[in-house]
Write a protein that binds this ligand. Sequence first.
Ligand SMILES: C[S@@+](CC[C@H](N)C(=O)[O-])C[C@H]1O[C@@H](n2cnc3c(N)ncnc32)[C@H](O)[C@@H]1O
Length: 286
Amino acid sequence: MNQRSTHSSRTLYIQMVSQLIPVYGEDESRQLAKILFEEHGIAFEKIMIDEEIILDSTNELSIYEKADLLKNQVPIQYVLGKAHFFGREFIVNPSVLIPRQETEELINEILIDNKKPHLDILDIGSGSGCIGITLALELKHARVTAMDIDGAALDVTLKNAQIHGIEISCMLEDVLQLDQLPGQFDIIVSNPPYVMEREKLSMLPNVLNHEPHKALFVPDEDPLRFYKKIIALAKKHLKPKGKLYFEINEHYGLDMIRLCEKNGCACVRLVHDLHGKDRILKTMFD
Ligand SMILES: C[S@@+](CC[C@H](N)C(=O)[O-])C[C@H]1O[C@@H](n2cnc3c(N)ncnc32)[C@H](O)[C@@H]1O
């Protein structure tokens, strides 16, 4: 039976914050506890006035379970099953990368350049679907195809498309094995895996231990492998005046420019992210 128990909201909050402090420090722990409480319908004002709160046993269990996951450095987005991207909510789970702010900047670049309706767009490595779905929502009558190597990730893309009320075509494919794409596109965009294995040493445990390695890493000896392949495919499958957009590893800006130029790309532009790092590369073939 579902039992109900009464708690001092302040005591519960203080307990939770003190459990999180060894992992996150004080400020972040307060913030995380506040988010967890709010997710359970307990507004921060109730904690401030120490209002008694009633938790039923499932609710109580789940708030403690979530706090435990946070203690184990599971990112809050996986704990809650959702993340915010470009002003919208996307469901996430550990089979997809948590959408990043840099990727919102990539979207911004695409929206500045492309105003026309009815664009055909391919998102390679769709993960949560945040890129393709956002473009479908922001650009009038865009037709979006999402590709990922991982079936569980594509399920998340599809669920998010349903939640946001749009139709997209999904392809379960390894882009590295493809010689053709299914059609011609106005925009090909990709935020492929681009972290080198050797960068693991400097990564935070919440990313390294919980986000999918398939989404993150490339071999040190061939860090541009996805870009090489996608440029070759784009050369054949971009419509006239079609554009190619990449999110890139900040250490490879110049190499990416060289790679594009070597492959006959025109109008190659490297764009910094808000931290001043080389992050977005855009180009075309005519
Ligand atoms: C960096 S994540 C990007 C996810 C999402 N587009 C975003 O920006 O948050 C890279 C994605 O590429 C997918 N991926 C990895 N290798 C792939 C391959 N060989 N072919 C197609 N997709 C691949 C991963 O499963 C992952 O979802």
